[in-house]
Design a protein around this ligand. Structure first.
Ligand code: HEC
Ligand code: HEC
Length: 301
């Protein structure tokens, strides 16, 4: 090889290196978008694994329903900017409502039905993180395809006949019934959520979202996936009145709660011996109890 050939080769190599580097730079935004997608896919994969292992028997092989209702509803889908389906971006309020509804139902089960309690906080088998994977899976467009693939692999590995996976509805009566619960959805709010249409453009005459955030910051705290006021209605109103004006229990109004926070935190945590006031320390965290006291002392019914 003479010198001028060597120089040519060098120039050629430099040029190639330059091209490769340029391509890398140009590709950079794509690469990070792909990384985010891969991350999402991983979460959905985990949610799908959990669904196959725990939920198929009642909710159908791919969420089409069985003993339990269908979970493959459009109403549960959340759409992001630039989604392939061309659906409008799901408003923040709807995202919150849907995620809270799903998380709360899965974590707490449904009292008086076959839907079990899943959160380990309430004695179930799944962590909060695992429940989040399930919620992410149910709300991501197209994720049921992953469930189908994973279910199929699972059935081959374990030599299961898919026809035997879903329990026939008639056996529902023989299933265990869930007792106790950490927060219930009123029938009408469930109805609103499952009839939501994520493809319709919101706008001036759109329905207001079911749970609009209250104005007072003290009322925006969440307890076990629901707003503090809703938690009160579910768990406390039977004794303290829906308007907090008292009944079996004392009134719980800013004007009547004149002691220091600690006094009421203690009452809620430990109950009041010799009265009907139960202890909530096992069911609520200290932070949740403090949020409840702050709410009761500051927000008018
Ligand atoms: C033993 C049967 C059973 C199993 C297992 C089960 N569910 Fe359910 N699920 C039900 C029933 C029954 C309902 C409906 C309860 C009612 O009538 O309100 C339900 C309701 C739900 C709902 C609310 C849907 C709606 O339209 O209100 C969600 C979400 C849900 N289940 C998710 C799950 C997930 C996720 C799993 C797995 C971790 C699971 N379920 C496992 C029986 C089951
Ligand atoms: C089964 C009925 C019952 C339920 C349910 C109940 N309470 Fe009570 N609560 C009472 C009674 C009765 C008292 C009054 C005790 C007494 O005589 O000192 C009381 C007292 C209180 C007090 C002290 C009020 C004061 O002025 O000293 C607070 C705060 C309170 N309850 C909060 C709650 C919260 C929050 C919940 C729901 C998480 C709840 N209670 C659920 C019956 C109940």
């Amino acid at each position: 090889m003479n010198t001028s050939k060597q120089v040519n080769v060098m120039i050629g190599l430099l040029f190639l290196a330059f091209l490769a580097f340029g391509a890398y730079i140009v590709n950079e935004p794509n690469r990070s978008a792909t990384a985010a997608e891969a991350q999402d896919e991983l979460l959905i994969h985990r949610g799908a694994d959990l669904f196959v292992a725990n939920c198929r028997t009642c909710h159908g092989l791919v969420g089409e329903g069985g003993i339990g209702p269908a979970l493959d509803l459009d109403a549960f889908l959340i759409f992001e900017e630039g989604n392939e389906e061309g659906a409008p971006v799901t408003p923040e309020g709807d995202i919150r409502t849907v995620e809270t509804f799903l998380h709360n139902t899965i974590a707490c089960g449904r009292e008086g039905t076959a839907m079990p309690v899943w959160s380990e906080r309430f004695g179930g088998p799944l962590s909060e993180t695992q429940i989040n994977y399930l919620v992410q899976m149910i709300t991501t467009p197209g994720a049921w395809e992953t469930v189908e693939e994973i279910g199929h692999e699972h059935d081959i590995e374990t030599d299961t006949d898919p026809a035997t996976v879903v329990l026939p509805g008639t056996e529902a009566g023989t299933l265990g019934i869930t007792h106790g619960n950490c927060g219930q959805y009123r029938g009408e709010s469930r109805q609103e959520i499952i009839s939501r249409d994520p493809f319709s453009e919101g706008g001036e005459d759109a329905e207001p979202t079911p749970t609009e955030l209250p104005a007072e910051p003290e009322a925006q705290a969440m307890i076990q996936g629901v707003l503090v006021g809703q938690f009160f209605q579910t768990n406390c109103s039977a004794c303290h009145g829906a308007d907090r004006g008292g009944g079996v229990g004392l009134p719980l109004l800013p004007s009547t709660l004149t002691q220091a926070d600690d006094f009421y935190v203690d009452t809620i945590t430990n109950g009041r011996e010799g009265t009907a006031m139960p202890a909530w320390g096992e069911q609520m965290t200290p932070e949740e109890i403090q949020s409840m006291v702050t709410f009761l002392k500051n927000v008018e019914p």
